[in-house]
Design a protein. Sequence first.
Length: 428
Amino acid sequence: GAIGAAGLGLAVGTGSGAARKTGEASAWTREHANNIELTDDLTAPVINENSDVISDDYWIWDTWPLRYRDGSIAKINGWQVVFSLTAPKNLVPGARHNEATIRYFYSRNGHDWQEGGTALDDPLGHHQWAGSAMYDRSEDQIYHFYTPTSAEPEFRQRLALAKGATLETGPHGVELVGEQEHILIGKADGELYQTLEQSRDQGIVYAFRDPWYFQHPETGEDMVVFEGNTPTEGENPDDPQSYNGNVGVARATNDELTEWELLPPNLEAIEVNQQLERPHYVFQNGKWYLFVLSHEFTFAPGLWGPDALYGFVSDSLYGDYEPLNGSGLVIANPEEASFQGYSWLAMPQGNDVLVESFENFRGLDDTSRGEIGLDEVGYLPPEEQKELFGGTLAPSLKLQLNGTETRVVNELNDGHFLPSGGSNGRGQ
Ligand code: FRU
């Protein structure tokens, strides 16, 4: 059944107000978001109780595969590698973010993942949040983009790159070797991208994170998209202007990828949503499919949308991004398990798309909507949180793309598959 917009009927602007700082970005508007509706085509199946645990020792959540420069999944001597945010299982799930460490896992079949070790030696920041990893074959080195984070101002969400590591493969596994150099490649400038200080009064969360590497399909330039906020005049969490999520863009200005420039955001959700998390692209049929994640609790006052994967399609980097399915909604958690999954990552697989994600708080259902939202989970007693939290990879989903329409066509019940390596994306 459809939930539709919450129908609070609050009359607010359309997001084209004076506080907009750039003319270049497309807008995800309140009008689009008002079309959000949970239909079968746009809803993930409920996850079975008995899905596998990838690690006995660590909670894992946001995950990204090692990819070649052209975006296809790397397969190195038969091995695929993924990187995940991890934290020890003795931690309360709600507290894991501030202890996040990136670890790697490897597999021959995209299903039975074995635990490697930590992915970054001596990384920047107190803890590290999401990123992306690119393997350059001719240089035999990994470019690992990540988000150094800490409570101290200096590293409060920056964009960083670790260069220098590579993989040694053998019959039984994979080892990450080599010395890494860590380079800061971006910080919020206060004009295109709101700083933490500028966001203080607005109130719920702040973002300058999640760099996702891609090679511009036409120009070959090395770029990242990331999650940011546009500076706005919002003064408190009740003010729709305080909801100012954007998709940020940055471009490397040297071949070593050690120097970068910030470009204007290419998508903004002003008065719509505070967080456009982990932005990433799928290039299909000459189109730029831009996917982001967002939470129910970061929609602006008067709007409703589920914890979901959202998507937009355009002809170019700064083209006119049209929300998929009329609203932007692509894969929602089901009503009866409205926080079961998160951090969906869409990857091309032939003409389709394969979507990986993790198991979040599974036990919370729609009856708790309004009573316990995801933002309140952190206040539940520790044992209750551990009971509800999956902390492992969720079954992958298959998605059909058809122009501006998408459809969930399959759940890969027993697997956490990635597209099979090497032959995907735009080829080598
Ligand atoms: C998405 C996310 C990312 C961030 C990480 C922090 O689930 O919020 O944006 O990098 O989780 O744990």
